[in-house]
Design a protein around this ligand. Structure first.
Ligand code: MSP
Length: 674
């Protein structure tokens, strides 16, 4: 039997369900998804776990506030988290919920192992408890939590203790033997000094909380949420039967720096007590800050991912988060920097290079990859730079610190992207200097023209493969445009060789990868959508509210359909319709269905958005006369102001829009429709 693929297991934190994801959470998940894609391209059999942390007082209170049972509350919130990750194209393999039965069994089993091995004993505890961080904190009654600054509560309860103190020495020995266990160095030092300062036993059950996993035979004890939550990493890959699945121990637990202690001290101690293997590495990244403070729901300074994805696309968010922040350190978020990066690196950088190269291949070589070959003297230096650089970046055997592979192996995402972008600007400079458009004018330079465009296309193929883990969507488009048919996610990133691009391959039409966007407009649209999102009712209360107002459709209990009421001519007269002429038309980045039009209605030029982008080419609409409702109140569609409505018929089951028009007669612009 040939040996199987090596296995790789990585995890995101499992997120609390009493809130919805912001881009801080998105950051952790996107980082994991990038590692996951990269490792797959390195030939690993990868499992990535994410999920939701659903127990505890906080949920108990939020559910009460929403007047729903806890189980319903968490089910709806977990569905929201999962839906968002799906929408962002995050390829989690396991989505674990701490209310899953298999998880409860694993927690109970782990507790039993610890208890059977003599590391659990009963006791009482009184202390200040932070319900937001789910941890006892070392402050006096009336004082706030030193970590999050919110009020603490005095709690006295019977509970079971875990003998954490017994693990001070074993943990220090472990850290010494595995110097890479905690990353980065600064976090390792923080954990070392915490453990060296002495460890106190830890209360791992609660009697003051009802919403939790019961401790078998010890009711009303339920498990402390961190004992419960950390175990999710194990329940996702087989729980007590972890050996069968073969993914435990985890290769990396990726977490935010504020939860390093739970992962690097408590979790390994629980596992040691139970006699289980320890994860190989805990990687604590920094925070996304907004106005210099940690982005968090309690501070009210959060930015949601959806508006960004709708306006700029998912890859833009992924690129920005991984390029702008040095992994491990804190990074500031700003819309301004996001759009600047988008325009400079994606639209003008990668997008422009791809479109230049492919358009010239389309024009000069009938959309077929031209032949490469030994370059002529005139482009030799440049050619060697581009080829050499591409090969260096993709170097797999003993990758050097500045190669993309080494940087991705070491989670240096920003540096890896920087490397790829120096190749992009190198190819840009190569084209500017070789001027293929001028070579095309000279019949004797056909060979050189062919080589120059081959080299540019081949470099783009390297870029598509190397950048794929970070930019999965746009690199897939580029890959297809280059005429490649193997699934990009399965291409071996460490098998790239210059010259594999086959001459004669048919390329597809050069569709813009990243349309340029005007900064102020993009920011306004994202901020408007963000405000709209914040106004949305909580998903737990929303469906009930909807049900109360929206009539049911279909099904036995559906309300009888009421015939539409007739209106009088005076009602119809309220609608002012005029003939308009389309002056400009353009697509809206992030809104697949909408076109932004300017329309002359006789008295003025109006901006109107129309949901026709999937059926009408913008260029072909210019000059066309259409029927326009001109007295509709302005509204924003995907953050773009629309001042009127273009009339179209909805044809067929999919409601394909067909614009109403005036083909037979030359009607005057502004004429009223009656
Ligand atoms: N439920 C616990 C984790 C249990 S893991 C066994 C928890 N949940 S959380 O919803 O608060 O998510 C915390 C994680 O979200 C952080 O560790 C980090 O990965 C991510 N982030 C939340 N806010 C963040 C920023 N502002 N910046 C970067 N990451 C952030 O803690």
């Amino acid at each position: 039997m040939p040996p199987g693929k090596p296995k790789f297991y990585l995890t995101t934190p499992i997120y609390y369900t009493n809130g919805l994801p912001h881009i801080g959470h998105t950051y952790s998940t996107i980082v994991c998804d990038t590692i996951r894609r990269y490792k797959r391209m390195r030939g690993y059999d990868v499992v990535m776990t994410t999920g939701t942390d659903e127990h505890g007082v906080n949920v108990e209170r939020s559910a009460k506030k929403a007047s729903v049972p806890e189980s319903e509350f968490v089910a709806k919130m977990a569905a929201e988290w999962k839906a968002l990750w799906d929408e962002l194209g995050v390829q989690g393999d396991e989505f674990i919920r701490t209310t899953d039965l298999k998880h409860a069994h694993t927690v109970q089993w782990l507790f039993k192992q610890c208890r059977d091995n003599g590391f659990v004993y009963p006791g009482h505890y009184t202390g200040q408890y932070c319900i937001y961080d789910n941890a006892y904190v070392d402050v006096k009654p009336g004082e706030n939590c030193p970590d999050c600054g919110r009020p603490t509560e005095t709690v006295t309860e019977a509970n079971f203790y875990f003998k954490l103190s017994a693990f001070q020495r074993p943990l220090l020995d472990w850290y010494a033997k595995h110097p890479d266990f905690i990353q980065p160095e600064s976090r390792r030092n923080e954990v070392l000094s915490f453990v060296e300062g002495g460890l106190r036993d830890l209360s791992i059950t609660r009697t003051s909380v009802r919403w939790g996993i019961p401790v078998p035979g010890e009711e009303p004890h339920v498990f402390y949420v961190w004992f419960d939550a950390l175990t999710a990493y194990l329940s996702a890959v087989g729980g007590p039967q972890y050996e069968k699945m073969g993914f435990w121990p985890a290769d990396v637990h990726l977490v935010g720096k504020e939860i390093i202690r739970f992962h690097a001290v408590y979790w390994p101690a629980f596992l040691m007590a139970a006699g289980l293997p320890l994860p190989k590495q805990i990687w604590a990244h920094g925070w996304l800050l907004m106005d210099s403070a940690k982005m968090s729901k309690s501070l009210g300074n959060v930015v949601r991912p959806r508006p960004i994805v709708h306006v700029l696309g998912m890859d833009a968010l992924r690129y920005y988060l991984l390029r702008e922040t040095v992994f491990g350190q804190d990074g500031n978020f700003s819309y301004d920097a996001l759009v600047t990066r988008y325009n400079s690196d994606l639209a003008n950088g990668l997008g422009n290079l791809a479109s230049r190269t492919l358009t010239m291949i389309e024009k000069y070589f009938d959309s077929k990859i031209p032949h490469g070959g030994i370059s002529s003297e005139s482009d030799k230096g440049f050619f060697e730079d581009v080829k050499g650089h591409a090969e260096f970046l993709a170097r797999a055997e003993q990758p050097l610190p500045s190669s993309v592979l080494w940087r991705l192996d070491n989670l240096q995402f920003s540096n890896a992207l920087e490397g790829i972008w120096t190749l992009i600007s190198g190819v840009d400079a190569y084209l500017s200097s070789m001027k293929p458009w001028a070579l095309a004018e000279d019949g004797t330079k056909r060979d050189l023209l062919s080589m120059v465009l081959y080299n540019a296309a081949e470099a783009l193929r390297f870029v598509a493969v190397l950048a794929h883990p970070v930019l999965p969507d746009s690199t897939k488009k580029l890959w297809k445009q280059l005429g490649q048919t193997d699934p990009l996610g399965e291409v071996k990133i460490d098998h790239l060789q210059w010259g594999q691009l086959k001459p004669g391959t048919k390329i597809s039409k050069a569709e813009t990868l990243f349309p340029r966007i005007e900064k102020a407009e993009a920011i306004e649209r994202m901020e408007t959508m963000e405000k709209e999102e914040q106004k949305q009712p909580s998903p737990v209360t929303a469906p009930a509210a909807k049900a109360a107002t929206a009539p049911a459709t279909g099904g036995a209990a559906a309300a009888p359909q009421v015939a539409p009421e007739k209106i009088g001519i005076e009602d119809f007269a309220k609608i002012e319709m005029r003939v308009g002429q389309i002056k400009t038309a353009e697509r809206i980045v992030g809104a697949d269905k909408l076109l932004k039009l300017t329309v002359d209605i006789g008295t003025e030029i109006r901006q109107i958005c129309a949901g026709i982008a999937q059926y009408y080419e913008p260029e072909k609409l210019i000059g066309r006369k259409v029927a326009v409702v001109v007295n509709l109140a302005p509204r924003k569609l995907r953050g773009v102001e629309s001042n009127g409505m273009i009339i179209a018929a909805a044809v067929g089951p999919e409601g394909r829009p067909v614009l109403a028009g005036f083909p037979d007669e030359d009607v005057e612009i502004g004429a009223r429709l009656k």
